[in-house]
Ligand binder design. Structure first.
Ligand code: NAD
Length: 481
């Protein structure tokens, strides 16, 4: 078992001041694979103090130095991507090939995209031609607490740490206690790349401990959080007393509207997307809305896709899906599958229990429910497992109404070969993102949600500006402009 009890504070790995041992569990075997320390108040305070002390020099440095720093981080990150993939695979159960390519790969993708977006950020610019002595200055928000979940660890860490660095913020990262190993590799990468002491700090801890201490800390100016809507609400309340800026990236219950004129791969694509990462993605298209005339065929295709989806250990090579992350998630998913059956949805693939031959590890059967109505619990709650709900519809108006009838608003999907119908849906869907006909969002596209899916956008220019304050200056002297 690896001993990972240190925290990265003020440019060095240090022993906890107030830590409690915590075992990280390998979801493929249910065996402990590392012991970390959950920090306490003294550790949180030490990390925040280091970030506060480093802020002045870092935020007022030439922005070009920060860009150069991030370019060095990209080089080191890419050089250590194998190690990163292995850490992610071990801690959260993504199969090793997928962990290296997609999970670790998202980090590379985001760092590259922020480097490109950086040129578009104007740190100082005239207000307009009509106001020659007005300047708009963008400057770092300050000390940031970055709290991340376990499902796409490097996706979420790089979406916060990299723009915070580019903006000139200093920070304390608290990764998920369930998946802390990748963030420890990441801290090492930042150290090797030469991030100045105190600019980036990392403390392991849980939500009630370090998480709550950070969101309520009077020396933290902003908290950027990704995770459950429950924790997002708690963080907002706790942050209110110090009036810090709060960024929230929360859950989703995405609809995938499949019209009768959709391309022939639409259903397979949608089901695979739902099962990807064992269903543990906030933007998973978990409600498949299918036009009645192609409904029976779509259900058949979704069942065949579920049955072809192999499940296995994260340590084995191949394109199977792995276990879900923890006993708690396993129990929650099993419970919701049973609720689906009890509420009258038609179970057509998978179901309760583990797949055949997998008796240990948090393995879930790829599951499809047909004849779901949008009032059922499985259509309303984020399951966060490989469970697809199929809902029939008759008209375009009904499809859009069902898609929007959810507390969430992260990503919706539309499949049709009628361009006008696609564009109508894109305008009417109440979500931060709409993806049509399997087209991925472009480099630097903003990621984030409406309603219970959160507030703020990550990625691209929006992601960097999220960590910047806007300062309006009048009477600017052109002497030193
Ligand atoms: P969570 O929200 O409890 O934890 C995410 C992060 O927040 C972790 O680092 C955790 O330690 C921290 N945290 C938890 N409570 C906190 C609090 N009160 N104050 C400050 N920090 C806190 O998520 P989870 O337990 O890992 O998963 C539970 C559910 O959350 C999942 O079933 C899923 O629905 C959802 N989830 C969503 C996303 C997403 O990307 N939107 C990611 C992970 C989990």
């Amino acid at each position: 078992m690896q001993d990972k009890r240190s925290f990265y504070i003020n440019g060095a790995w240090v022993a906890p001041l107030d830590g409690t041992d915590f075992e990280v569990i390998d979801p493929s075997t249910e065996e402990p694979c590392a012991v970390i320390s959950l920090g306490g108040r003294a550790d949180t305070d030490a990390a925040v103090a280091a970030a506060k002390a480093a802020l002045h020099d870092f935020m007022y440095a030439d922005p070009a130095e920060r860009l150069a720093l991030v370019k060095r981080i990209l080089e080191v990150y890419n050089a250590r991507s194998e190690e990163m993939g292995a850490a992610i695979s071990m801690e959260m159960g993504a199969p090793i090939d997928m962990a290296k390519a997609s999970q670790a790969g998202t980090g590379t993708w985001h760092i590259q995209n922020f480097i490109r977006a950086f040129d578009e950020v104007e740190f100082i610019a005239p207000l307009s031609e009509k106001s020659p002595n007005d300047r708009i200055i963008k400057e770092a928000v300050g000390v940031c607490a970055l709290i991340t979940p376990w499902n796409w660890p490097m996706n979420q860490v790089t979406l916060k740490v990299i723009p915070a660095l580019l903006a000139g913020c200093t920070m304390v990262l608290k990764p998920s206690e369930i998946a802390p190993l990748s963030s420890m590799v990441f801290a090492d990468i930042l150290h090797e790349a030469g991030v100045p002491a105190g600019v980036f700090n990392m403390v392991n801890g849980d939500g009630v401990g370090v998480g709550t201490q950070l969101s309520g800390h009077e020396d933290v100016d902003m908290v950027s959080f990704t995770g459950s809507t429950r924790a997002g609400t708690a963080i907002s309340k706790n942050a209110a007393s110090t009036l810090k800026k709060v960024h929230l990236e929360l859950g989703g219950k995405g609809a995938n509207i499949i019209y009768a004129d959709a391309d022939e791969k639409a259903v397979v694509r949608g089901a695979r997307h739902c099962f990807n990462n064992t269903g543990q993605s906030c933007n998973a298209p978990t409600r498949m809305l299918v036009e009645r005339s192609i409904y029976d065929k779509a259900v058949e295709t979704a069942v065949a896709t579920a049955e072809k989806t192999k499940v296995g250990s994260a340590h084995e090579a191949g394109n199977h899906i792995g276990p879900v992350v923890s006993q708690a998630q396993f129990d929650k998913i099993q419970g919701l599958i049973q609720v689906g059956i009890d509420e009258g949805a038609k179970l057509v693939a998978g179901g309760p229990g583990r797949p055949d031959g997998l008796n240990r590890g948090y393995y879930v059967r790829p599951t499809v429910f047909a004849d779901v109505n949008n009032e059922m619990t499985i259509a309303r709650e984020e399951i966060f497992g490989p469970v697809l709900s199929i809902i029939p519809f008759d008209t375009e108006e009904e499809a859009l109404r069902i898609a929007n009838d959810t507390p969430y608003g992260l990503t919706n999907y539309v499949q049709s070969q009628d361009g006008a119908k696609l564009n109508r849906a894109a305008r009417m869907l109440r979500s931060g993102m709409v993806e049509m006909n399997g087209t991925s969002r472009g480099r630097g596209s903003p990621f984030g949600g409406m309603k219970a899916s959160g507030q703020g956008r990550e990625g691209g220019v929006w992601g960097i500006e999220d960590f910047l304050e806007v300062k309006a200056v009048s009477g600017w002297s052109n002497d030193n402009d």
